[in-house]
Design a protein around this ligand. Sequence first.
Ligand code: ADP
Length: 463
Amino acid sequence: MPIRWRLTLWFSLIVCAILVLSGIFIHTLLKNDLRSEVDDDLKIYSAKVHGTLHHEEVPDPLDYDVIHSNLAELPINEFALPGIYFQVIDQNGNVVTKSDNLGKQELPLDTALIERGFAGQVDIATVSAGEGADLRMMVSPLFIQDETLLLEVAQSLQHINDTMGQLQWILVISVIVALGVALVSGAVLARRALAPVERITATAETIEKSSDLGRRVGYTGPKDEIGHLAATFDHMIDHIDRVFKSQKDFVADASHDLRSPLTVFQGNLDLLKRNLNAEDRQESLDAMGREIEKMSAIVNDLLLLAEIESGPVNQDQAVNLKEILLEGLRQAQRSAGKNSVIEGTIEEISIKGNPHRISQLLANLIDNAIRYTPEEGTITLSLLRDGDWARLEIMDNGIGIPPEHLPHLFDRFYRVDRARSRAGSGTGLGLAIVKGIAEQHGGKVTLISEPGKGSTFTVWLKL
Ligand code: ADP
């Protein structure tokens, strides 16, 4: 069952339950209240009868006519105690006297109630008066001279029963109407509230069917839970879209970068099949060697990158950063040509991590610094402690990087300009590897660069 219907049903059921319970409560309360009012009236009336008889002189032996005339003068205000009947019976059940408003009728005789009355109890009960009518009746013994008579005081419950019956209908009808209103309004509200969820589902289905990651929910409603869900969904699709595009670019770049050396290789192979002189033959072989070198560099970098991106491995060895930096410095000095590679501030710092990866990171940065620094430039290596971080700085006064390239510099296969590299272009994977290794060690890489003045790459590693 759709959530919309479930919500509507629950909502309506709760409204219905509240109304039924409050209806029962009101009905019971009113009925008891009206009944107790009747009982109070009966008690007042009964007390007045008792008072009248005891204050009058009743002859001995008993003269029922005297009782009758006494009771006929009862000080009862008919407007204050309306529709109340009385009847006095003797022990044989004969009616001794009764109120004039009974006319020719008599109050019904309820044996159990009469027995309790003659046993000396004052009691009130509901008694059937035939044809579906009920009476509320109070019995009390009347001890006059040596005789015991029974006073019955009663009032019809007809008007209360009628009122309660009407109230019952009103309550049933209001519950039915409220249930209908709750069902309709609940359905409308639930539909409205869940409309964005349906939009999200529809967008997800369209994306799934058409593989079009350009679609978004574009929810503009209030920033509530649903708004949050819609925004999160759009952000997630943004992210997946970016990842997808970058994967696509990556495959395209990788294929392109591997195809170029293969084309050169194929061309030289074709040349070699012809009858070349020794010099041309050697040239083709050299060219093929260079392309193979390029290809293996790309494949090695790709493998390394895949390994780094597959997650942290063997990260808890002690890494003496100073040692690694000095080793990197020595190697760089050997391959720097006319550039000088010098020591900046180098502190004694060790971290936990993978020493091979850190060496690789450093080698990539030093290699770039040498490659993108014209002859007789200076590359300075520093290692400093900065709060909770170890700061590894590789500073050169080379060609620098134009600001528009900075945001993409760490992307795979991104190269600022193949032609400007002094010693031929690299794979374009070096900085992606540097970033991957730094992040694997819970760190980051920052860069300050100015075209024509040089660049400073700073690797931040958690101590
Ligand atoms: P590559 O293999 O092409 O060097 P990288 O990922 O290592 O690939 O570097 C990406 C680009 O960043 C390079 O093509 C180069 O243009 C630029 N770059 C990297 N380091 C420096 C540097 N120290 N000075 C100037 N440009 C640099």
